[in-house]
Design a protein around this ligand. Sequence first.
Ligand code: S3P
Length: 178
Amino acid sequence: MEEKKNIILCGFMATGKSSVGQRLAAMLGRDFVDLDSWIESEAGMPIPRIFSTLGEPAFRALEVRMVERVAERTGCVVAAGGGAIVNPKNLEALKRSGIVITLTADPETILSRVGTGDDRPLLRGEGKAERIRLLMAQRNEAYAKADMIVDTSSMSIEEVARHILSRLEERAGSQVAG
Ligand code: S3P
């Protein structure tokens, strides 16, 4: 295990980044950081309100700042928002701080997981299936630049966390996790 490096979970909305991240952090005895929560604290408002009152560019600027902040930390498990690594600057900072893992899921699975989508400004309202497909197509190239890719479509949170752990251990040549 690459001990001091952060473990950063990226990938499309509803691929399980926060749930898996929390589980992984508990398994490893590490701190868990949810970047979207940092953004909300910094802005003093929830993400849908950041989008509706300040606009997406302001949200992305806050995201860059929080990425820079977390990249200064070590030994954390981090869940990044679905758009974070689309910005090459964010991907670069996160890669410098640790191992970047993309969680994926097929569009049908995403659709079934997002529900009303009210807490996700980019998926609000009608035409979710089409928007998911479009956004995914735009972002897949960025997601593919991660150090590891895990398809979560048919796995539970526990299974994804265990799968990641064993792949990290393989990478580290079977050293003890921690
Ligand atoms: C976004 C994903 C959201 C959140 C914001 C923008 C995106 O995070 O950062 O609504 O651009 O894909 P989750 O991936 O945790 O839903």
